[in-house]
Design a protein around this ligand. Structure first.
Ligand SMILES: C[S@@+](CC[C@H](N)C(=O)[O-])C[C@H]1O[C@@H](n2cnc3c(N)ncnc32)[C@H](O)[C@@H]1O
Length: 263
C-alpha cells in the first residue's frame, strides 16, 4: 500500500450511520454490470470496503483492488479478512497495474474534478469489452444542498472565497453530458436516474446525513465559531425544508445518476 497523505479526512463512523440507504444504489449499479466473469476489477473510492466485499462475493475468482485516498477508510477496509487488495491512491492520477474488465465506483466520482477528462480516461483504461460502472448523487439542486450554499453566503458570508467556490461548484453534470463524453468511446451505454424517498429516523437526520458526505468540506473549512453559527442556522433551515412526519420520521428524497459504459 502506498502512503500518500489523505486530502480529506473521512469519518467512517458518520458514513456508516446510513449504510442501509447507501447500499441499495450500490447494489442496483452492480446488478446492471453486463459482464459474466470479470477477471480484473477496481473499486474506485472503496471507502471502508463494504461494497468491495460484496463485489468479491459476486466474483470470488476476480483479482479485486479497492482504491481510496483516505488512510482512515482503508485502515477499516483492510481490517477484514479476504483476498481483496487495498491501495492508497488518488483517482485523479490513478492508473491500474492491469487492464480492468470492470471499473466500479459508487458515490465517489462526485469528489473528483474535471469529469470531461476523467470519464474518457477511465473508459480508455478498460480491457476490450470491459465496463465502467458509476453512481453519483445528483444533489446540487436538492434543498439540502441549496440551503448549504445559501447559509454560507448569508451568514456573514462564512469561510473563504475558495471554500464557497468549492461548495458552489456543480460537481456532477446532467446525464446528457456523460452521454456525450462516452458515446463515441463505448459500444453500449446505459444511463439512468433514480430518486429514492429515504425515510430517516432521529433528531436532525438530514443534517446527520450530510455530515457524512456533502457537508464535510464546510465543517473542515470553517473556524470553530463559524462552524457553530453555520450548523445552528443550517440545521434550522433543514428542519423547515424537511419537516418531521406525524410518525416522527423524516423524508429525504435523494436523486442519483447511474452510468454503465461498456467499451
Ligand atoms: C462517499 S464514500 C463512498 C465509499 C464506497 N464506495 C461506498 O459506496 O460505500 C467516498 C469515498 O471516496 C474516497 N475519495 C474521495 N475522493 C477521492 C479521490 N480523489 N481518490 C480516491 N478516493 C477518493 C473517500 O475517501 C471515500 O472513502
Amino acid at each position: 500500500m502506498s502512503t500518500r497523505p489523505s486530502t480529506r479526512q473521512w469519518d467512517p463512523n458518520q458514513y456508516h450511520k446510513f449504510s442501509d440507504h447507501r447500499l441499495r444504489p450500490a447494489l442496483e449499479l452492480l446488478d446492471r454490470v453486463p459482464i459474466a466473469a470479470p477477471s480484473v476489477i477496481y473499486d474506485l473510492g472503496c471507502g471502508t470496503g463494504n461494497i468491495t466485499r460484496i463485489i468479491s462475493d459476486r466474483w470470488p475468482k476476480a483479482d479485486l483492488t479497492g482504491i481510496d485516498n483516505s488512510l482512515e477508510m482503508l485502515e477499516e477496509a483492510g481490517a477484514g479478512e479476504g483476498s481483496i487488495e487495498w491501495d492508497h491512491a488518488d483517482i485523479h492520477t490513478w492508473t491500474p497495474d492491469a487492464s480492468p474488465d470492470l471499473i466500479y465506483s459508487n458515490a465517489t466520482l462526485q469528489w473528483v474534478e474535471a469529469h470531461e477528462d476523467l470519464f474518457p480516461r477511465l473508459a480508455s483504461l478498460l480491457s476490450p469489452e470491459g465496463a465502467l460502472a458509476v453512481q453519483m448523487p445528483l444533489s446540487w439542486g436538492m434543498p439540502s444542498h441549496v440551503l448549504m450554499r445559501d447559509t454560507l453566503a448569508n451568514e456573514g458570508p462564512l469561510g473563504s472565497e475558495e471554500l464557497r467556490g468549492k461548495v458552489g461548484r456543480k460537481w456532477v453534470e446532467d446525464a446528457d453530458v456523460y452521454y456525450d463524453l462516452l458515446v463515441g468511446r463505448t459500444s453500449h451505454l446505459d444511463i439512468w436516474e433514480t430518486e429514492y424517498v429515504q425515510v430517516l429516523e432521529g433528531e436532525d437526520p438530514v443534517l446527520e446525513w450530510v455530515k457524512g458526505t456533502g457537508l464535510r468540506p464546510i465543517l473542515e473549512g470553517l473556524a470553530d465559531r463559524e462552524r457553530e453559527a453555520f450548523l445552528e442556522d443550517y440545521g434550522q433551515r433543514l428542519r423547515v425544508a424537511y419537516p418531521r412526519r406525524p410518525d416522527g420520521r423524516t423524508l429525504y428524497p435523494f436523486r442519483r445518476l447511474f452510468i454503465v459504459a461498456t467499451v
